[in-house]
Design a protein around this ligand. Sequence first.
Ligand SMILES: NC(=O)c1ccc[n+]([C@@H]2O[C@H](COP(=O)([O-])OP(=O)(O)OC[C@H]3O[C@@H](n4cnc5c(N)ncnc54)[C@H](OP(=O)(O)O)[C@@H]3O)[C@@H](O)[C@H]2O)c1
Length: 330
Amino acid sequence: MKAAYADRYGSPDVVGIREIERPTPTGDEVLARVRAASVNRADLDGLKPKPGFMRLFMGIRAPRSQEMGTDAAGVVEAVGPDATRFKPGDQVMTDMFAAGHFGAFAQYVCAREKAFEPIPIGMSFEEAATLPHSAVLALQGMRLRSGRTFKPGGKVLIDGASGNVGPFAVQIAKAMRAEVTGVARGDKLDFVRSLGADHVIDYETVDYTKAGERYDWIVAVDAHHPVRAARRALKSGGVYLTMGGDTGTILAALGGSLLMSRFGDKWSGLMLWWKPMHRPDVDALKELIAAGKVRPVIDRRYPLDQVVEALSWVEDGHARGKVVITLPDG
Ligand SMILES: NC(=O)c1ccc[n+]([C@@H]2O[C@H](COP(=O)([O-])OP(=O)(O)OC[C@H]3O[C@@H](n4cnc5c(N)ncnc54)[C@H](OP(=O)(O)O)[C@@H]3O)[C@@H](O)[C@H]2O)c1
């Protein structure tokens, strides 16, 4: 089968396609023929480890795992002897992170069955492939580990509203009846409005941490402000959580900001409660989709042999929503 791989770190053009043996599922593994995959920031972060200290885990000089891709949707081809939840012919989606590895940019994916869920009824493979990583992250960013969330009518700001996670976060916050502000680059603000955002901010002309508005809940998908500054934009009792960022931001979110949260009335920190393919959250997403409150937005589609172009489109900041890699049926 064809599979994308990267045997060194670098820009997307280090990624190649090679022929490898199709895996045979063992234990409780599921083998699925991929019909669509989607690009996530995690794929790019894997090529240029971010934060930098991730090289300690991913390989100092070169990636230990050469597999590429986290999200895929397709059809079950075969299952291992201990698999109980799926059978050949089932339509499934996966975030391979849930099984602890990558490999979604390939003709077949093989992973433990806990990494798979049925695709939403009536949804295309392309749309389903956008959900597992980004939409689950967006949903889990609407609550703290304790389950605490914002009240209906609360003011929610999504910093980074135009990429992979942000468009889902805007729609989910709206579905939770928040007043939503989306932050993105000027030429993407119409897109963010089209997702239902009540207000938009162009980060190139306005720094939301200094604009005077106060929020109940701020989600930074990839922090571009110091935690201290973001806390200024919180109401008393407000929450600022960041999903990612550079090494400095992450360390600040992990350390100092948690201390500030302990002694202040605002909570700020790094989102450390992500559970990929957490079934209750996948089910909640499916309900939002069925109710018409959340819809995947696909920006572009590329065939597998243009995986470099697909990754570059996202890395270069062009994407509005998700970029999908499509694979033919058969
Ligand atoms: N915490 C966890 O457990 C966990 C797990 C997995 C992933 N993650 C993290 O989740 C995040 C997912 O991000 P994503 O895939 O949604 O990223 P993305 O698609 O690349 O989106 C990035 C967003 O940031 C905006 N942006 C870019 N430069 C900016 C700037 N200078 N100031 C303000 N905004 C700027 C972009 O806006 P424009 O496009 O309009 O420029 C875009 O909306 C990543 O940080 C990843 O590491 C966290």
